[in-house]
Design a protein around this ligand. Structure first.
Ligand code: SF4
Length: 230
């Protein structure tokens, strides 16, 4: 069967080493999934996949071994259920989060709601390069936020933000460019400002940390401070 692997990848179906099989990545925000969502994922894995689910390192749910001829049926099922698939490439990626203060006794901030708000506003936005965001509830840093382009860590019930990190073939540690912020709404404004700066200034394929190396940190920091009003 002839397949357009690139087109399918943009819709969340990744061609496997077995060329006639695809692994579907389903999107979640903040690593939270309700049981209805999981039941639907299990149904897809049983009916069309190999009866397995894989949890990716960025909290996406992957369903491997979907035959090419079943991709269309799976797409219809996802669409009927309003389930989003993962997006890759030069875009805002899914937001990673630990369980935060809603569940964990160490949590200093609530992470799920914030992850959802960031996801709703920014997920899939086209950019010059990928942009990864992660949230973690306390200093234990289970979500390793400094390894992301934008990271948020709970500190004394406030929000410490980090910028310019990444982890992959290159590793960088994000820098804290603002004081600890008291309000979630301020964090959202700062993220808006950072994403807008990145969209307007980065070259193709240039991650935020590299952009800041090239243009210097001052202009970016000023934009963040204006958004945070600090
Ligand atoms: S980072 Fe802190 S709040 Fe989040 S899961 Fe780990 S210990 Fe709990």
């Amino acid at each position: 069967m002839e397949v357009d692997a690139a087109a399918l990848k943009s819709k969340g179906f990744f061609q496997q080493v077995q060329k006639d099989k695809f692994s579907l990545r389903i999107c979640s925000s903040g690593g939270m999934a309700d049981t209805a969502f999981m039941k639907k994922a299990i149904e897809i894995a049983d009916r069309y996949g190999g009866g397995q689910l894989h949890f990716t390192t960025r909290q996406q749910l992957e369903i491997p071994h979907i035959a090419a001829e079943n991709v269309e049926a799976v797409q219809k099922l996802l669409s009927d259920e309003g389930i989003n698939t993962f997006t890759g490439g030069p875009r805002v990626r899914t937001v990673v989060a630990c369980v935060g203060a809603a569940v964990c006794k160490f949590g200093q901030i609530e992470t799920y709601g914030l992850a959802k708000e960031i996801h709703t506003k920014h997920f899939g936005r086209e950019l010059p390069a990928k942009l990864k965001i992660a949230l973690t509830g306390c200093k234990n840093n289970c979500a390793k936020v400094e390894a992301n382009d934008i990271g948020v860590r709970g500190v004394n019930h406030g929000y410490q933000m980090y910028f310019g990190g990444c982890f992959g073939h290159e590793t960088r540690i994000g820098k804290p460019l603002l004081p600890v912020l008291a309000e979630k709404e301020t964090v959202l404004k700062v993220i808006d400002s950072a994403v807008t700066f990145f969209a307007g200034n980065a070259a193709k394929g240039e991650r935020l940390g590299k952009l800041l190396d090239r243009v210097g940190i001052d202009q970016f920091k000023k934009a963040l401070e204006a958004a945070a009003q600090v």
